[in-house]
Structures are given as structure tokens and as C-alpha cells.
Design a protein around this ligand. Structure first.
Ligand code: SF4
Length: 583
């Protein structure tokens, strides 16, 4: 087991220029003082001069873009004291631009989109022209683990400070909107009183750790990854050693055989597997990510025990921090480094330079069988039940969350889980309370037995609040669900529909049966209107693949229900027994 890394990013506050921590971190030197041992490898095989990518481990520490500069000038985590001591009383107008559009993300705060700016103007305006004077606040929920007390607190914060808004995200977080800077200290006080945080919920940091929503309770579980999530959180959230990464870093840990945390698209994932000699543990995957140049994660070929997992995780993050590309933001994810290096070299650097030992080879996990979202009523291994319910595209107003906390407690449940599919679970329900709970959920707008369309449709934030959005998503997706439920009441195949407001793919365009990427399209009369580029046939699991983007296959937002109805009817008519949309 390793201690916390002692690495300090280069910059005015760094006291040393060459630091090797307990992880065996590579020395990072000032320009001109030399290069790490891998510098020669990086340029091997090419005679031309290599363009610096901003890799600290190669001595390329001069900031190569404005984001790198503000991160060097002051750690994002330091903005907290300015919010509490200055901005909360000075108000929105008093916030320094680099904090407003940069460092506040390190504490889960993004300015939200000013209402009334249509998607056609998204790319042409400066950030401050798109800014509303309100914030989106992201509450991180590591492993999706909440108590009813925590759920109620989030609901009350939403009701009191966020106009009753709350969305479950597909990364198990809960997002609030309409937050005023003046209220942020009180919101933090309330959240932290119940052990919740917004630290590193956004920004170039280690974001929320996805975990199986049924960890520790599922009858078929291979291994419970929760202790590793807890340990990583306690040791490294708030650690300046990991608070200036090239870009965001996403983690997923699940010991469920359903592989329920979208491990294919995280920077590092630990997937439950049984080693023939060593017993249950994790298969390690690296380098997944969507957005520009989507790439599926690759197996590292390594078996990690529960005890080893935090050390390996910290090693992977350290490689990314030191060797990750910082010159261009759109190449600053781990997937680009791995695409260039190859998986063997990545493992070699991780082992030799960081962990100082050889890792154990391991088997691939078996193919998952069954849906990943845990919706419905399921028996736990202790004989009680967990109940998974579906809101409409993750929308759960604060008053709904408060009602859910009350309902859960009235039925003997005190543990709640969010999922990477915008769903919510209540654990530990006694058998004789299940049906009453299911009815109670329905009464507050949460379906434990939803239609396939409600269950399998996700939507990102979209133009309602997101400054990058080109089109509206949540309301559009809700209309699609309603229409399809009305038009195709007996269709029950698990057809996934993911609605995204722009190419960034927060709601996983490329992994859905029908992936929708928001953009402006021409309608039948040649007018520019909101619409979507369609991707068809994406899949997760052992046959994971990206949906095909069909050239010219675009649909206006208005026509979306008709289009999906046609796709569904055609599929339903032609499919053989057992055939899914992706096959
Ligand atoms: Fe915003 Fe685009 Fe992400 Fe949707 S996909 S939340 S519109 S950045």
C-alpha cells in the first residue's frame, strides 16, 4: 500500500523541481535541466523534432494554453476560501474571470447558460456573453452511495436554494441549478454536515468514482469494490498532488457481473473477475472516453486485488498527470496517450517508473448477462430486496428527493443508490414492504416497472442550462418517451435512446442503440432548426462498439418521435427471436 503522493506541480508555489514520491514518481525538472528516462523513447523512430505536447515528465512545463496557465498560477482547490471570504458577499460581479470560468469547477460550480440564447449562437459568443448569474452545482456521490439523510439534505438544498431543480446524472452525481454565489457557503455547510461534498466534482481532477449501485448487497456479486472507493476518496480527494491533471480523469469500479458502471468509457476501470488461483479481484482497463475521438477502454492485462486497487489507481493517475498531453485541450485525455504509446508501453511505465514492481497478469471478465441499470424489484443476498426506479431522463426535483427519503424510511430502507443510468435504487426493503413501496414510488413520479422507453432513454442537460449546448434535450426526450409509450404500448425490447445537446456526448451518443447528437439541421423548407445527427447500433459489454454515424442521417427535433417510431417498428417487424437492436 502506498502513501499519498508528494508530487508538486511546477509553478510559483512549488518548492522543488524534482520530486519522487512514494509512488516512485518520475522526476519532473525545470526546462533545460534534463529529461526523464522516457524522453528518448518518446521521439524514437522519428528524425524530425517532436512538437511539445506539454508533458511534464519530459520537462515541458511551460503553460501552453490559458487553462494550463491559470492552473499553474493557483490551484483550483484554493478558490474555496475566496468564495467563502470574498465572492459570497461581493456577489457575482465581484468574481475574478479566471475563478469564474476556471477554478470554481474544482468545487463543482459551473456558470449556467443565460436563458433565451439559442443554439445557433453557442459557438459565436464569448463565455461571459453566455453566462447567467447563476450556477450549476454538482454534488459528487462516489459509488452512488447515499443515506436517506443525505438524500433529504440534497432535496432541501434544492428546494431552498436551487428552485427545486435536481438531476441524476449518468455519472451518479446529483446536479442542482439556479444556485447563487451568495448561498454557496450555506449550501456547503449543509452538505458537509451530512458528509457530502462538491470537491473535485468538475475541473481537471479525479472526478466522482463510479461504483456498482448494488455493491455489498447483490446476490451474484463477484467482489465488493466499495472499500477501495472509500479509501481512494479519503486519501486523494482534496490532495493537491492530483488537483492539476491535464484534464478530467474518470474512474469506475464494480465487482458486479453485470458490469454496471460503463467501464468501457472511463479513463481507468476495475471490473470484477475471479482469478483461478487468487480468487475474486479486478481486471484493470484504461483509456476509454467519448466526446472527440471516442475510444473504448483497453484491458491492461492486470489482475488487482481489492488491497492493491488504490495503489494501482494512484499509479495510473500519476502517469496521466506527468505524461498526459497538456498543449491542446482536445488531446488532453488519457486515451490519446495510450493510443500513441500502446497498452504494453503504458503498463511498462506504470510498473517500472511508478509502482516499482511487476503487476500480476489476470484473466478477462466473463461476458455480462442482463441489464445493467438495476431497475425493478430484486432479491438481495440477505433476503431483503432492492428496488430500482426510473425518473424521466434523470429529472428529480428536490421535493421529489425529500418525498423519496420519507418514503424509503417509512418502508424500512435507509440506503439509497444512484446509478450511471440516471436511475435511483432503495436498498434493504423487507419483502412485505415491496409492493407498498412500488406504489409509493409511482405516486411521486418514480417507476419501478417503467415502459422500455422510459427505462432506456437518457438525456444530458442540454440548452436549458448548458453553455455548450446547441439543442434542447430533457423536455424533448420526455416528449419522445410519452409519444412512444402511446404509439407502441406493447413494445418491450431494451432499446436505448441517448439524447445529447452537442457533440460532447455526456449522455453517451456512441453507445446507444439510437444515439442522438444535437446540432442545427435544415427542415423540409430549408430553415435551420434544432435537430440531431443519428448514430445507430452502439453497444456495451463484451461486444462493445460505437454506433454507426450514417452520413446525412439527420432528423429535426420536431420529427424525432416519428423517426424513432419508424426505427422501432422496422426493427420489431424484422427481428428474429432473441435478436437485439445492436445485433
Ligand atoms: Fe452540455 Fe453537450 Fe454535455 Fe449535453 S453533451 S451536457 S449539451 S456539453
Amino acid at each position: 500500500m502506498v502513501d499519498r503522493p508528494t508530487f508538486q506541480p511546477p509553478g510559483p508555489r512549488a518548492t522543488t523541481t524534482g520530486v519522487s514520491g512514494d509512488l516512485g514518481l518520475v522526476s519532473v525538472r525545470s526546462p533545460g535541466t534534463g529529461r526523464s528516462s522516457c524522453a528518448d523513447d518518446a521521439s524514437a523512430g522519428t528524425a524530425r523534432r517532436r512538437r511539445p505536447e506539454g508533458q511534464w515528465a519530459l520537462g515541458e512545463i511551460a503553460p501552453l494554453n490559458p487553462n494550463e496557465r491559470f492552473k499553474r498560477d493557483d490551484d483550483g482547490l484554493n478558490v474555496r476560501s475566496r468564495i467563502e471570504d470574498v465572492y459570497a458577499s461581493a456577489g457575482f460581479a465581484g468574481i475574478e474571470p479566471e475563478d469564474l470560468h476556471g477554478r470554481m469547477r474544482w468545487w463543482g460550480l459551473y456558470t449556467q447558460r443565460r436563458p433565451g440564447i439559442d443554439g445557433g449562437r453557442t459557438g459565436s459568443l464569448q463565455p461571459h456573453e453566455l453566462d447567467d448569474e447563476f450556477f450549476m452545482m454538482r454534488v459528487r456521490v462516489d459509488g452512488g452511495r447515499l443515506t436517506t439523510e443525505q438524500l433529504r439534505t440534497i432535496g432541501e438544498v434544492s428546494r431552498d436554494f436551487a428552485r427545486d431543480t435536481a438531476d441524476l446524472t449518468d455519472r451518479q452525481n446529483i446536479q442542482l441549478h439556479w444556485v447563487r454565489i451568495e448561498d454557496v457557503p450555506e449550501i456547503w455547510r449543509r452538505l458537509e454536515a451530512v458528509d457530502l461534498t462538491t470537491a473535485q466534482a468538475c475541473g481537471d481532477t479525479t472526478r466522482v468514482f463510479l461504483g456498482s449501485p448494488v455493491a455489498g448487497v447483490a446476490a451474484d456479486e463477484i467482489i465488493d469494490g466499495s472499500p477501495a472507493i472509500q479509501e481512494i476518496h479519503e486519501r486523494w480527494i482534496g490532495d493537491p498532488g492530483f488537483s492539476n491533471l491535464p484534464r478530467k480523469f474518470k474512474t469506475a469500479i464494480s465487482g458486479s457481473p453485470l458490469q454496471d458502471v460503463a467501464h468501457e468509457i472511463n479513463d481507468v476501470s476495475f471490473v470484477g473477475v475471479r482469478h483461478p488461483e487468487l480468487g475474486p479481484g479486478f481486471d484493470v482497463w484504461v483509456g476509454g472516453g467519448l466526446s472527440t475521438n471516442p475510444m473504448l477502454a483497453q484491458r491492461l492485462g492486470v489482475f488487482a486485488t481489492l488491497e492493491e486497487l488504490p495503489e494501482i489507481w494512484a499509479g495510473v493517475v500519476s502517469v496521466f498527470r506527468d505524461y498526459g498531453y497538456r498543449r491542446l485541450r482536445n488531446r488532453a485525455r488519457l486515451k490519446f496517450l495510450i493510443a500513441d504509446w500502446g497498452i504494453e508501453r503504458f503498463r511498462q511505465v506504470l510498473e517500472q517508473e511508478y509502482l516499482k514492481r511487476t503487476l500480476t497478469d489476470g484473466p478477462a471478465p466473463p461476458a455480462p448477462a442482463g441489464p445493467r441499470d438495476h431497475v425493478g424489484v430484486h432479491r438481495q443476498r440477505d433476503g431483503r430486496y432492492y428496488v430500482g426506479a426510473s425518473p424521466v431522463v434523470g429529472r428529480t426535483p428536490g421535493t421529489m428527493l425529500i418525498a423519496l427519503a420519507d418514503l424509503a424510511e417509512a418502508h424500512g430502507a435507509r440506503r439509497v443508490r444512484t446509478t450511471p443510468h440516471q436511475k435511483i435504487l432503495l436498498l434493504d426493503v423487507p419483502e412485505d414492504a415491496v409492493e407498498s413501496l412500488v406504489e409509493g414510488l409511482e405516486a411521486i413520479g418514480l417507476e419501478a416497472r417503467p415502459s422500455t422507453f422510459r427505462r432506456n432513454t437518457m438525456a444530458c442537460t442540454g440548452i436549458e442550462f448548458c453553455k455548450l449546448a446547441i439543442v434542447e434535450t430533457k423536455a424533448r426526450a420526455a416528449t419522445v418517451i410519452e409519444e412512444l409509450e402511446r404509439r407502441l404500448p406493447s413494445f418491450d425490447q431494451p432499446l436505448t435512446i441517448n439524447v445529447n445537446g452537442c457533440p460532447n456526448s455526456c449522455a453517451r451518443i456512441q453507445l446507444a442503440d439510437v444515439g442522438l447528437k444535437g446540432q442545427l439541421v435544415l427542415d423540409s423548407e430549408g430553415r435551420q432548426v434544432e435537430g440531431f445527427q443519428v448514430h445507430l447500433g452502439g453497444a456495451v459489454g463484451m461486444d462493445a462498439r460505437f454506433g454507426r454515424k450514417l452520413r446525412g442521417h439527420k432528423v429535426t427535433a420536431e420529427e424525432l418521435p416519428d423517426y424513432i417510431e419508424r426505427v422501432v417498428r422496422r426493427f420489431d417487424h424484422a427481428r428474429a427471436d432473441g435478436e437485439t437492436f445492436a445485433t
